[in-house]
Ligand binder design. Structure first.
Ligand SMILES: *Cc1c(COP(=O)(O)O)cnc(C)c1O
Length: 395
């Protein structure tokens, strides 16, 4: 190994056990390490590089914008921010946008917005109901929203105002709803806890309950949004519309960005009530415009749906050959396979050795979130490596 792991140990806080590879270059679905070794990337910057690494249209937009105007302040109008907002509104069922820099920050803003709504329209209601197994980010309030003990316990006491209930259980939401409730916040598909899909009727039932009570439905589409699941937004699969939606990961193909979107009636911030120094800066928004523009123009969600289906069929065939795969699940190109024992780490390393990057999402599950632009040939190569890796751990 090179000197870099040593440098990391010396200077960086130990917040992650890294994969022992130093990546130096990427193109499409391929990345290269410092020795020149090539890998097929089915992690894609954590479901971020949806158009693949260094997509030419995005690189061009960033380069041109960097030579023109990188950052102003939000006191001024800037064109890329307005272009991206218009694009997102025209292609979603929400009417207003606020830009920030990350997923956690978008969710924080969404909760602030819901509390403003509670103050104005719900007699000061402020509580947000979230679901077990969720992941909403790393800030203190989002740790309180993220209903997982391992994320919460190290930071107790946590900010108040969150109620964690079971996932995929509308009765649990009903039982937790009180006069203090202003919103329910959910991921349409839970990404970080293993690509957990709710039953088909869940989101519609939650939507109906929120309507009955006059409370807001916030969908965290940070991972599922911008085409990942085979629709531009995952809510489209379920025949519902959220009042508030958050976006981040796939929004600018790798440049940090986040967004809160809201229905007109829920967009209740007044001047001075929320803000961000970098949020919506021309550089990030130019990357966002190029990314979202390309995704819409080339109907990348439909492509992801087709390739995702092909990939899933291949994974099901592997399941027949390796019965210790207990489940194949997911939508579009957000997929996972689960095992009957904790072999995911060993398997991820076996894939790495054979030139494929995959994510060990749980001790007993792997997650796949490749660029949405991959074709059947790249899926075949990944399946071939995965098959050899599975064979290597099963004997
Ligand atoms: C990644 C993720 C977040 C947090 O995003 P950051 O940009 O890491 O803050 C929040 N919610 C979901 C569903 C995510 O997948």
């Amino acid at each position: 190994m090179s000197k870099w792991p040593e440098v990391e140990r010396k200077y960086l806080m130990h917040t992650v056990d890294r994969v022992p590879v130093v990546l130096v270059k990427g193109e499409g679905a391929r990345v290269w390490d410092e020795t020149g070794r090539e890998y097929l990337d089915f992690v894609a910057g954590w479901a971020v590089n949806s158009l693949g690494h260094c997509h030419p249209e995005v690189v061009k937009a960033i380069t041109e914008q960097a030579q023109t105007l990188i950052q102003t302040s939000n006191q001024f109008y800037t064109v890329p921010q307005l272009c991206l907002a218009e694009l997102l509104v025209k292609h979603s069922k929400l009417q207003k946008v606020f830009f920030c820099n990350s997923g956690a920050e978008a969710n924080e803003g969404a909760v602030k917005l819901a509390r403003r709504y509670g103050k104005l329209h719900l007699n000061g209601a402020y509580e947000v109901i979230t679901a077990a197994g969720s992941f909403h980010g790393r800030t203190l309030a989002m740790v309180a929203a993220t209903a997982q003990a391992r994320h919460q316990q190290p930071y107790i006491p946590l900010p108040g105002g969150f109620v964690n209930v079971a996932f995929d259980d509308v009765e649990a939401i009903k039982a937790a709803t009180t006069a203090r409730t202003c919103a329910v916040m959910l991921e349409p598909i839970q990404g970080e806890s293993g690509v957990n899909l709710p039953s088909d009727s869940y989101l519609a039932a939650v939507r109906a309950w929120c309507d009955e009570k006059g409370i807001l439905l916030i969908l965290d589409e940070i991972q599922t949004g911008i085409g990942r699941t085979g629709k531009l937004f995952a809510y489209e699969h379920y025949g519902i519309e959220p009042d508030i939606m958050t976006l981040a990961k796939g929004l600018a193909n790798g440049v940090p960005i986040g967004a809160i979107m809201a229905k007109d009636r829920a967009a209740v911030f007044s001047p001075g009530e929320h803000g961000s120094t970098f949020g919506g800066n021309p550089l990030a928004c130019a990357a966002g415009c190029a990314t979202v523009g390309f995704i819409i123009e080339h109907d990348i969600p439909e492509h992801a749906k087709g390739v995702g289906r092909y990939f899933k069929i291949g994974l099901r065939q592997l399941q027949k050959r390796f019965p210790f795969i207990t489940e194949v699940r997911g939508r579009g190109l957000l997929l996972a396979i689960e095992f009957n024992s904790d072999i995911a780490q060993k398997l991820a390393m076996a894939c790495l050795e054979r030139g494929l990057l995959v994510n060990r999402v749980k001790p007993n599950a792997l997650r796949f979130m490749p660029p949405l632009t991959i074709g059947p040939d790249e899926v075949d190569r990944a399946l071939d490596i995965l098959e050899r890796a599975l064979a290597s751990v099963s004997c």
